[in-house]
Design a protein around this ligand. Sequence first.
Ligand SMILES: Cc1cc2nc3c(=O)[nH]c(=O)nc-3n(C[C@H](O)[C@H](O)[C@H](O)COP(=O)(O)OP(=O)(O)OC[C@H]3O[C@@H](n4cnc5c(N)ncnc54)[C@H](O)[C@@H]3O)c2cc1C
Length: 280
Amino acid sequence: MEAKTLLEAIELLRKPEARILAGGTTFFEFYERGLLSDVETIVDIEAIGLDYVTETSEHVRIGANATLEALKQNSLLDAPQYFTLKEAVQKVHPVQVRNVATIGGSLCSSLPQYDPPISLWALDANVVIVGPNQERTVRVDEFCKGLLSPDLNPGEMVKEILIPKHDAGVGSSYFKLGRTHFDYGLVTAATLLQNGQDGALKKVRIVLGNYDEEKPFRALEVENALTNRKMSPEIISEAVRMLDNTSPHSLHASPAYRKEVAKTLVTQSLLESHRRANRP
Ligand SMILES: Cc1cc2nc3c(=O)[nH]c(=O)nc-3n(C[C@H](O)[C@H](O)[C@H](O)COP(=O)(O)OP(=O)(O)OC[C@H]3O[C@@H](n4cnc5c(N)ncnc54)[C@H](O)[C@@H]3O)c2cc1C
């Protein structure tokens, strides 16, 4: 059923076993794998106007139905602080998928190999959820509860994503290693760095994709090893060794190999984010 407004979509979601259809790219895969056998009503939200990308004094607001290609072309995301998201959507291939796949669909699929959610974690994004009774906002790391398990109750849907704005001195980036451009990343890494006035790192975010089996992995120990320290290649190489204490999953590659890839990607990403944070 095609909803014409957000209110109509919420009304249609009250029907038993109703499910949102956005770009349909993962939806189709779920259907093929028999994961939608209980669905009775499909609610198409293409026409309800959630395809905006705007900014307020505090946030960049992205409507759930903005396509990945629209984000790739949006100049707001060229700012160094948001560039991790631009790079993540650029790395979704092929273009035919980017043309229809949406940021909301990417997030609500709750699969650890998807690129955009990894960068949204590094950006400390918030997810605005609407339902029959209330609107609520949750942090993106709380929203991705586990494999195929977004934090959505029956009748709820994602309306928009809010990315907090930082002052100057923030840079971010996204790195991905796959066998080819068209593969999901064997490991992916998103980082965000904020310089303090004393030249030490005030804020550090490091998130790995396809590392944990269930959801994006925040490399907290590495973040802590870098926070309040002055950036240098030596400090990074010391900090990324903390990843030796982690246990990545072993599908498609051994944990040992995955850790080495993660260390390399995190190093590259931190250096690039730092370069961007220092851009005048
Ligand atoms: C050939 C191919 C290659 C791909 N390559 C990549 C890649 O390289 N990197 C990558 O990251 N991804 C890749 N993908 C995955 C793609 O990015 C996702 O399929 C897409 O982002 C999902 O968005 P969608 O709008 O199509 O969601 P849909 O398929 O419409 O929906 C996906 C799920 O989210 C739910 N949903 C959607 N929107 C909402 C909402 N607003 N509120 C609540 N629930 C909602 C749906 O009910 C469904 O459960 C690829 C997919 C294909 C088919």
